[in-house]
Design a protein around this ligand. Structure first.
Ligand code: VG1
Ligand code: CO
Length: 541
């Protein structure tokens, strides 16, 4: 069982994006690709010697092989212990919780989140630090530098560790502790929420449907929603995690979770509907006849947080990613608490959560979370909504109707143009950047520009500055458009156009109709059709 240093050379483009390194699965399977990156993680964090790590993945194709590769490399690099989810499975929030609970030095999560899986799909690796959250930019850039300088990695020649049974196994000098992936997470949820109130809600005939999209949350949702809380058997659908997510796209939005939307829009549909993504950190919330945008969900959660036991004392502050709608800001204003605006990606919330400057955070991309872990958390958001509905005894539609009456409504939509040429995408952004200073006070598609800039973030805790985080254009009257390029795609570039307008009356419009002038202005400003040749977005959420 000797440790073998294997000679290697740097592989280009191993730069972590918004959330870890994501590539086509076949790229990850190429010789040395995964190994180079894992060794660079150890180098980037100052070595693995004597450390304890948490390890798990969302179960997508190549998860099982990759877990064994990481285990061997951890042992060969001197790690003391790796805590791994049974069968190599852990949802992202469960991994975050385990890192914190077990005071591990960090964790490796194998997932490309909402990206499709399978041999022709995507694979990914994220590194989380000791607070349980995604590595900040300082760490990911050290890892990236290491990928550019690597000349060897360390592994060992050992048989696979049996991960099918919980307990402790030995791999070289390292201990491998195989744990139930659901137990600790379920216990944490029970501490946060009023399980009795939610159980009573189900006893009263309340019906729900949770679509696990054949991804990681199936076993978590079955245990918590059906077994512990008493939701009807069969409330959790597509509950068995599959390596290719049943050929689906595990992204909980109205496009990819269309079955759920159809069920919920039916007059006899369930009272509450929800879905989560590949690695269990995203959520989609619906009521009968209503889809709640993630930005609205975040705002409504903030406004109703005191109905949940863990937050009954109030929120210390809230935070949202810059492209997320300003609905949250209105709630924060009323509550008299801080509202932080951060770049896209959960890693920017970590410092605020650690410092107690924010209790609740969220992103327009269906991510919400709190200081209970350091990742966004899909099932937690579902339980949050259930807890609020159980206490307030109202429907989702009534709750949102009342919310808009109180705060006004931020109509919101995101238009994605996927797989466009990288050069064209960069030119488009550059074109916008070049004219930012000339835009204020001009009229675009009937809307007058109030302010235009490129977002940069100064972290109030560690003082770090992150630049070029999206171009934002505010119009008089509260409308806004934001342009940025995705950092999670694996083919070409994805342009994301975030559209928003604010209304205090006429609260029941269709979002695309309410946003029509903003959509027109966005196209005029960025010359999307002209530059990309695309007449319409690939995905509208
Ligand atoms: C997307 C979302 C972002 C999210 C990130 C990771 O990033 O927009 O809000 O944090 O995915 O989520 P991008 O760079 O493609 O816009 V997950 O659930 O994919 O880890
Ligand atoms: Co995810």
């Amino acid at each position: 069982m000797s440790v073998t240093p294997i000679k290697t050379t740097p592989i280009a483009n191993q730069k972590p994006g918004t959330s870890g390194l994501r590539k086509k699965t076949r790229v990850f399977q190429e010789p040395h690709f995964l190994e180079n990156f894992i060794q660079s993680i150890w180098t980037g964090i100052g070595g693995a010697q004597g450390k304890t790590f948490v390890l798990g993945g969302d179960g997508r194709f190549f998860n099982t092989d990759a877990i064994q590769i990481v285990l061997r490399m951890a042992s060969a690099n001197g790690a003391a212990r790796v805590i791994v989810g049974q069968n190599g499975l852990l949802s992202t929030p469960a991994a975050s919780h385990l890192i914190r609970k077990r005071k591990a030095d960090g964790g490796i999560i194998l997932s490309a989140s909402h990206n499709p899986g399978g041999p022709d799909g995507d694979f990914g690796v994220k590194y989380n630090i000791a607070n349980g959250g995604p590595a900040p930019e300082s760490v990911t850039s050290a890892i990236h530098t290491a990928t550019e300088e690597i000349s060897a990695y360390r592994t060992m020649d050992t048989p696979d560790v049996d991960l099918s049974l919980t307990g402790i196994a030995q791999l070289g000098r390292m201990e491998v502790e195989v744990v139930d992936p659901v137990a600790d997470y379920a216990a944490l949820m029970e501490e946060i929420f009023d399980f009795d109130a939610i159980a009573d809600l189900f006893k009263s005939g309340f019906r729900m449907r949770f679509d696990a999209m054949h991804a990681i949350t199936g076993p978590y949702a079955k245990l918590i929603l059906e077994n512990r809380l008493g939701a009807d058997k069969g409330s959790v659908v597509n509950a068995i995690p599959l390596p290719d997510f049943g050929q689906g796209h595990p992204d909980p939005n109205p496009i990819w979770a269309k079955d759920l939307v159809d069920t919920m829009m039916h007059v006899d549909g369930p009272d509450f509907g929800a879905a989560s993504d590949g690695d269990g950190d995203r959520n989609m919330i619906m009521g009968r006849g209503i889809y709640v945008t993630p930005s609205d969900s975040l705002a409504a959660m903030a406004a109703n947080a005191t109905f949940v036991p863990a937050y009954k004392g109030g929120l210390s502050g809230v935070a949202r990613s810059m492209p997320t709608s300003l609905a949250l800001d209105r709630v924060a204003d009323k509550l008299g608490i801080e509202c932080h605006e951060t770049p896209t990606g959960w890693k920017f919330f970590g410092n605020l959560l650690d410092a107690g400057r924010a209790t609740l955070c969220g992103e327009e991309s269906a991510g919400t979370g709190s200081d209970h872990v350091r990742e966004k958390d899909g099932l937690w958001a579902v339980l949050f909504w259930l807890n609020v509905l159980a206490v307030r005894k109202c429907s989702v539609a009534d709750l949102m109707g009342e919310h808009w009456q109180t705060y006004g409504r931020n109509y919101y939509s995101r238009h994605d143009y996927e797989g466009i040429d990288g050069g064209i995408a960069n030119d488009l952004m550059q074109g916008l950047r070049a004219k930012l200073s000339t835009l204020p006070d001009t009229i675009v598609a009937g809307l007058r520009v109030q302010a235009a800039d490129e977002f940069a973030y100064d972290d109030p805790i560690d003082g770090s500055r992150t630049e070029a985080q999206g171009i934002r254009i505010h119009f008089h009257g509260g409308a806004r458009v934001v342009f940025r390029l995705s950092g999670t795609g694996t083919v070409g570039a994805t342009l994301r156009v975030y559209l928003e307008t604010y209304a205090t009356d006429d609260l029941g419009q269709d979002a695309q109709e309410a946003l029509a002038p903003v959509i027109q202005a966005a196209d005029k400003l960025a010359m999307i059709v002209e530059r990309t040749g695309r007449k319409r977005p690939t995905v509208i959420t």
